[in-house]
Design a protein around this ligand. Sequence first.
Ligand code: C2E
Ligand code: CA
Ligand code: CA
Length: 694
Amino acid sequence: MESFERMIVPALLIAAGGSFLLAGILRLLHHLYRRRHLAEWSWSWFCQGIYVLAGGMACVVLPEGKFSWYSGVFLAVALGAGFCQVGWLLSGASEISGKGDHRFLSDTRWLAVILALSGAVLALPAVLAGMALPGGAATSLAWWWAIFLLLAPRALLAGPAFAVTALWMWRVQAQHHGIGRRLLGLGFLVYGLHQLQYFIIALLAFSRRPAELYGASVGFVDGLLQFVVGLGIVIWFLEEEREEVVRASQRIEHLAYHDSLTGLPNRKLFLDRLSQELAASRRRGSQLAVMFLDVDRFKVINDSLGHGFGDELLTGVARRLRQSVRQADTVGRLGGDEFVLLIADLKRSEDAQAVAEKILTGLRRPFQLHGHQIYVSASLGISLYPSDGSDAEQLLKHADTAMYGAKDDGRDTLQVYNPMMSARALERLDLESDLRRALASEEFDFYFQPVFDLERDAVDGVEALIRWHHPGRGMLPPRDFLSLAETIGMSHELDLWVLETACRRIRDLGPGAAGLRLAVNLSARAFHHPRLPRLVEQACLRTGFDPTCLELEVTENLAMQNVEVTLTALRALKQLGVRISIDDFGVGYSSLSYLRTFPIDTVKIDQSFIRSIGSGNGDKAIPRAVIVMARSLQLEVIAEGVETEEQLRFLEQEGCHRVQGFFLGRPMPWRQWESFAERTRDGLQQLVRSLAEG
Ligand code: C2E
Ligand code: CA
Ligand code: CA
């Protein structure tokens, strides 16, 4: 027994000391980094230390080859701790096997408690045997039993548990690299196998074959393996910390240089890349192009269909842009609906235009958003290195200026920068500030264009067309300022002014204008203003204008694709007796289906179709088809832009209800209205005759 103790006790002390040390280190790390598995593993090794110490007390120190009831108490403590250790080990392992839902076991503390209790209960037979068999050979028999109990069940439990933990470590390992995890996984596996040796010792004990040397060396190896495991945990942990720091700094860097919605480079990164490319182009002697792209009427989409919609559209646009250019080209987003592209290494400057065409074509395909088909277009400006500038900021500015040129050109088009544009850009800025003041300084007015009813052969309405009497530039037509007003967010204010002022003008014409229908144009967004019906009603009340004589004209547009909102507004307007016309019919975005969906009264065939009447082949097909279709849907048809008698006769013959155009009457200031009305008193035929005569 002497030699047995001499060998076993130091081994036990080493194993226990190693366990406590490791538990302490893990505790400390947990304290610093607040990772749950570290706390759980700290408990696991603490339990292991208790197991070794209490087991040593139970089977080596106290009994001296025999077994008594107080050794039994130590045995119970040892087994409880030994089982509990396995519980904490698995709990920690499941914690690292995945976070949140992916955790192997959700809450595992109960596992440790149950295992601890069952371990303690397992010691019961030995304790009872110790109490029941006092003295002599019997106690010695109990002692061998106690050793068997101490070692065998725990070895069978801990061995697989460590092996399972090792497997988990390897599985997580697949996503990470580093020696810490590998070492730890290997350590756990070997430690798991090593536990089986305790089972062998237990079997030897059961057959009462003392194996002091073997037992002692297993104890030493145990200490060694714990050291390896501890080292693995610490290295792994440090590696993980470093990875985390690297990831965080990458994230921060990404945020600083990328747009969070689309993930594209932001202004800073774009300019950075542009500067680098410029240096490279200078060396190679090649050209490069900077493109500035702005989604047409994005504000309308965003305001009328919602920001979620807008965001999704922008993401879609970003994707299309990426698909339209080469991998090596840079696509960035400056914010809002402004995108920039850097096309490097161009052989000829015309190539830039070809790329730009491709981009615009790509964007014209409809976007599928929330079950809606959305059509968009964009305006694109190009500046070239070296002809349009030599530094990044300048090239970007000139591309921006060229983009405005494209917008002024009627959108959905591209423009290459030329120096004249810069002057125009300045002019535009002036115009913008003038426009902001124009309402207050009463610079807007209307021209009125007569509308003829062909069936009643009389003028029965007017269309109010806005004009701007600019103090410096004279009278400006709407195409010179309406899109600017939309861009700077003035549309709504202008709509209200238009409504109220036009009604007042007609009312002021006095009884001569009684029953005259007034057509008013509204901005694309108007039907999305929640209070539009109410505002229309108020305008009529204030001016004493009969709402049943009011016609609101709106062009087919994207805003109409938000069916519910548009429908609500239109229904409320119908309640007031207001009529709704679709302006410029045939050139818009929408499908014909909205003619059924919305309570519309009138379609106005676009001028371009009227103009082509008499110009040759197939020229009459479209106006004829629109008239037939509208009549079959019980809608009123107006043809606008009638400039010749031939056009008028054709429309009459086809059954068009109403007409307007330069041939019958140009838009005029309201002062002239009275004398015009006088001339048309005897009907259209007389007017046409008088036109023919003079
Ligand atoms: P629109 O509603 O299609 O108005 C018809 C335009 O065609 C007017 O141009 C009119 O002067 C012109 N026009 C009329 N008959 C003929 C013709 O026989 N031949 C030709 N070549 N042109 C003809 P205008 O006044 O320059 O207005 C342009 C557009 O501006 C309008 O097109 C309308 O969409 C918009 N607009 C005009 N006034 C307002 C307004 O008060 N509010 C809003 N939101 N838009 C307005
Ligand atoms: Ca109109
Ligand atoms: Ca029109």
